[in-house]
Design a protein around this ligand. Structure first.
Ligand code: COA
Length: 159
């Protein structure tokens, strides 16, 4: 699976790139970022490296780099036209600089390439606005996962 590499090269700004993970070394960087954010910071889970949907035909994992340093990640899985995004994380010192948005745009491009008609995710409620700005809408009730309040959010791609 390939998605066009996304790059920002504004003068004076750190160079932002999002690339699809294609090696065990890249995947180790992904796991390192998930560990810092979802284990050490959020205490959401102690399992960040045994997700079966990280691999296989419908899986796309991306890494975001600022000036060549891996600072963020996210994962798409598409099955029968339904996309699921998970594990979206940016290291705390690099938040608020558009890295999360670039990760999401890359995953949404990949979802369209893989024929997804809609994309669903479980949003931590603090991130609802982040996902709303990317075209997602909340559906259903709040639920608790890993002691953190979540809500399902959906974006149709066909429209
Ligand atoms: N609340 C409201 N708006 C937010 C927001 C928040 N928590 N986080 C980002 N935004 C907005 C930004 O202001 C920006 O708006 P703009 O386009 O008007 O400028 C837009 O969303 C994009 O923000 P960006 O800088 O790309 O986000 P980020 O790189 O800081 O990444 C997260 C956002 C959620 C991925 C990041 O905060 C993070 O990794 N958090 C910890 C892990 C986590 O909770 N992941 C989500 C699991 S569901």
């Amino acid at each position: 699976m390939t998605v066009p590499e996304r790059r920002h090269d504004d003068p004076g700004e750190p160079r932002l790139e999002v690339r699809v993970v294609d090696s065990p070394a890249d995947m180790r960087q992904v796991i390192a970022i998930r560990t810092v954010v979802f284990i050490d910071e959020q205490h959401l889970t102690d399992n960040v490296d045994r997700d079966p949907y990280d691999q296989g035909a419908g899986a796309v994992v991306v890494l975001a780099y600022l000036d060549g340093e891996p600072v963020g990640t996210g994962r798409l899985h598409v099955w029968r036209g339904q996309g699921q995004i998970a594990w979206v994380a940016v290291l705390r010192p690099h938040r608020g600089r558009g890295v999360g948005r670039e990760i999401m745009e890359a995953l949404l491009d990949a979802a369209a390439d893989l024929g997804a008609e809609r994309v669903t995710l479980s949003a931590q409620t603090h991130a609802i606005e982040f996902y709303r700005l990317l075209g997602f809408a909340p559906v259903g009730d709040l639920f608790i996962m890993g002691n953190i309040e979540h809500i399902t959010m959906v974006r149709d791609l066909a429209a």
